[in-house]
Design a protein around this ligand. Structure first.
Ligand SMILES: Cc1cc2nc3c(=O)[nH]c(=O)nc-3n(C[C@H](O)[C@H](O)[C@H](O)COP(=O)(O)OP(=O)(O)OC[C@H]3O[C@@H](n4cnc5c(N)ncnc54)[C@H](O)[C@@H]3O)c2cc1C
Length: 473
């Protein structure tokens, strides 16, 4: 089932280049680099040729040649994925950056149709121009592309209210590994005509085909919103606060994120513009955002009432409300810049895990106990989407330890953290996918039945293993 990783013959390169035209082909290494790099600089891919098709027919023609010649193809969106899913090992890199058109916004059907290379922020803006909301929102939204979001089933900060990317898709157009175009570009909310094929390609990380277009759900644009950073005396009460907020605010609760003291400290030490909004240090914080499409909804009063009660009960210690859009962005930056701040501090071993929401606190406490036992001084920096059970359980190197020495413990530390995740019936990759970096972890933890099903599906759709080979399994 392995594709050949041999140089593409010159004559075939010329045929591929002819399909996409002179603006759609790159041969030079330095020009290829934006399509080969890995977000964290952990590895670099290499390709014989980068192709940037301009429409689905060009994608299909390229794939037909690759299928005939058994040439591997790596689809690339914004290259912001965090698991090495776009790392090519020779062959064709097929970049979607010229497939960036918004095709239609239908406010009555509450849908948007776009090509897969559309940058996520451009989709959000097109929806907003029509007084609608496309709710997928994540730190990389200025550069990631909707085809990449679909292929990784991205999560982000609004999963609590709107679900993962999987929940936001109604239809897809996909070029299959044979080059055939599957037109599943339905805008229907109800369609039970057999298997839901589009969901096969969501989260497939480019291993089953190339997504070229998508129909996505829109929602009424929020008319009012409130963002507040809440300081906690310790970690445990965060779930009581979450529960009380959800009970009173229902689905107006859009985001509920955990930030730890070390995350805030690293941000204020390393990232210009990040400041601790409190006068006192607290061990943990919750970043809460409420939104509503009802102008008259007084979100501020509702959350204030919850927080006053929580203060009386000792669940929280203090709170800072964003009084303007600029302040809202400042509060969000504290959360979004944690990974960058961690990198500037030195080595960090990262885990993108999920457990049931009720187990999140127990997980963080037990994992921190276990990793500290094997590596005293290690600095746990858990943060993220605690409201949906997804914790970025990141670990910063002990003060004074050389980065290389710390990173050499990654395999051992990963095993400890992931063993605990599995003990707690959680997931070792909540939102970033498997890609190249987590393949061995998947094989280690997934049941033989699951691996066998994955192989069966892959074999059926991509029998020559040309589509993003070496990823997921
Ligand atoms: C700062 C930052 C914050 C992030 N925050 C979050 C977050 O909150 N939640 C979250 O889930 N993720 C997050 N991510 C990671 C996330 O997976 C990506 O940002 C995004 O979803 C990937 O989109 P992309 O266009 O960059 O995809 P790429 O990295 O280009 O590709 C990702 C995978 O999809 C495949 N692929 C790409 N396009 C296509 C296509 N058209 N058809 C088929 N396969 C394709 C690729 O082969 C690869 O396997 C973050 C990343 C960064 C850098």
């Amino acid at each position: 089932m392995n594709s050949q990783i041999m140089p593409i013959p010159t004559e075939i390169k010329a045929r591929l280049a002819k399909i996409v035209g002179p603006n759609g082909v790159i041969y030079e290494l330095d020009e290829m680099m934006p399509y080969l790099h890995e977000e964290r600089g952990l590895a670099t891919g290499h390709a014989d040729i980068v192709l940037r098709p301009n429409n689905v027919q060009e994608v299909s023609s390229v794939v037909q040649i690759c299928a005939r010649e058994k040439i591997s193809i790596v689809p690339v969106g914004g290259c912001t994925g965090l698991v090495g899913g776009t790392l090519a090992n020779g062959g064709v890199v097929l970049a979607t950056d010229r497939l960036d058109k918004i095709i239609q916004v239908d406010p009555l059907n509450n849908t948007i149709t776009a090509e897969s290379g559309c940058i996520l922020a451009n989709l959000q803006n097109a929806a907003a121009e029509n007084e609608c909301l496309f709710p997928l929102s994540l730190g990389a939204e200025g550069s990631c592309r909707i085809g990449g979001n679909l292929s990784t089933n991205a999560g982000g900060v609004s999963v609590l209210r709107y679900g993962n990317t999987r929940d936001l898709v109604l239809g897809l157009e996909v070029v299959l590994p044979s080059g055939e175009i599957w037109n599943g570009l339905s805008a229907l909310r109800k369609d039970n005509t057999g298997y839901d094929l589009k969901q096969l390609f969501v989260g497939a990380e480019g291993t089953l085909g190339i997504i070229t277009k998508a129909v996505l759900k829109l929602f009424p644009a929020p008319k009012v919103s409130t963002t507040v950073l809440v300081a906690l005396p310790q970690l445990e009460p965060i779930l009581a606060l979450f529960n009380q907020t959800r009970e009173l605010c229902g689905d107006r609760l859009t985001a509920f994120e955990l930030i730890s003291r070390i995350g805030l400290e690293l941000g204020s030490s390393h990232i210009p513009g990040i400041v601790d909004p409190f006068k006192t240090s607290y061990p943990f914080y919750a970043l809460i955002e409420l939104t509503s499409a009802q102008k008259k909804d007084n979100l501020h009063n509702d959350i204030e009432e919850i927080l006053e009660n929580a203060l009386e009960d000792g669940i929280i210690m203090d709170a800072v409300f964003a009084e303007s859009d600029a302040q809202r962005r400042e509060l969000w930056r504290i959360r979004e810049e944690i990974p960058a701040a961690q990198s500037r501090e030195g080595g960090s071993i990262k885990h993108d895990i999920s457990v049931s929401v009720s187990n999140t606190v127990a997980f963080i406490m037990e994992a921190s106990k276990r990793v500290s036992k094997v590596l005293p001084g290690i600095r746990p920096c858990p943060f993220g989407h605690i409201g949906d059970g997804n914790i970025h359980y990141n670990l910063t190197q002990p003060i004074g330890m050389p980065k290389e020495e710390f990173m050499s413990r990654s395999v051992e530390i990963n095993r400890i953290v992931h063993d605990l995740v599995i003990e707690m019936k959680g997931s070792i990759s909540a939102e970033h996918g498997i890609g190249f970096f987590k393949r061995e972890e998947l094989t280690h933890y997934a049941s033989p039945t699951k691996i066998s099903l994955i192989r069966t599906i892959k074999q059926a759709i991509d029998p020559y293993n040309i589509m993003n080979p070496g990823k997921i399994i």
